[in-house]
Design a protein. Sequence first.
Length: 118
Amino acid sequence: QVQLVESGGGLVQPGGSLRLSCAASGSIFSINGMGWYRQTPGKERELVASITSGGKTNYVDSVKGRFTISRDNAENKLYLQMNSLKPEDTAVYYCNAYKIGVQIYHYWGQGTQVTVSS
């Protein structure tokens, strides 16, 4: 099992910045990749950014150039630096980790609210 705990959400004005953190614990040695998802009421959870164990990153088009995903393997932490925030970035953000075995196993944090509003 993998436990994930997010922090760093909050209220920010348009154009502002936030950094989300995710602390991982448990059976983290075989994690193949991690990512950040977000969800708004009535919509499906959307992959925002991901990073593989080899460091390859991927972003949804709407956040390219504004968000940066990174991980600190020594501290077992995942980060999402969010700059130039827009009201449409408002959502609950979830930390995700996955392992590839017989099937893909996903692990989720509890989520952290990000609200972009003036």
